[in-house]
Design a protein. Structure first.
Length: 136
C-alpha cells in the first residue's frame, strides 16, 4: 500500500523564529559585512603557488560569499519582522536604504572589490544606526 504522507517529507528550514520573539540585533550583519571586507583583503594578498594557497583562496572566497549572504539574511529579518509602518514615518528612506544594502551584498558575492566591500560595511553600519534610532 502506498503511504499517502510520502510526498510530504519534512525538510529543514531556517528562520530567526517568527514567533515573533522580539529579539532583533543588527550586530551580526555588521560583523558579517566586516568579514566580507577582510576576506576581500586576504583574497587580494593570496598568490596561488600550491595546493595549500589554493585551498586558502577557496576558503576565503567561500567565507566571503557566506557572510555576504548572512548580511542579506540578517537585514531582511529585521526589515520584514521588526520595522513597522510607524517606523517609515520616522525613516522614510528605509526601504531604499535596505534595497541598496541588499544589492551591495549581492555585488560583494559576485566580485572581489575593496571599494564595494567598504560600501557594504558603511551601509550595514548605517542600517544598524537606523535600527538603534528606531528604538529611541
Amino acid at each position: 500500500m502506498r503511504n499517502p504522507f510520502a510526498e510530504f517529507t519534512p525538510v529543514t528550514v531556517h528562520a530567526h523564529c517568527d514567533v515573533p520573539c522580539g529579539i532583533y540585533d543588527p550586530s551580526g550583519a555588521v560583523v558579517a559585512a566586516k568579514t566580507v571586507a577582510r576576506m576581500v583583503e586576504l583574497i587580494g594578498q593570496i598568490e596561488v603557488t600550491d595546493s595549500a594557497t589554493r585551498n586558502k583562496l577557496v576558503r576565503c572566497i567561500t567565507t566571503k560569499e557566506e557572510h555576504a549572504e548572512k548580511v542579506k539574511h540578517e537585514v531582511q529579518i529585521i526589515w520584514s519582522d521588526y520595522f513597522k509602518p510607524e517606523h517609515l514615518a520616522k525613516f522614510p528612506d528605509l526601504h531604499d536604504q535596505v534595497w541598496k544594502l541588499l544589492k551591495l551584498a549581492s555585488k560583494n558575492k559576485q566580485n572581489v572589490d575593496a571599494a564595494a566591500a567598504a560600501e557594504l560595511v558603511a551601509a550595514t553600519e548605517a542600517f544598524a544606526a537606523t535600527f538603534v534610532a528606531s528604538k529611541a
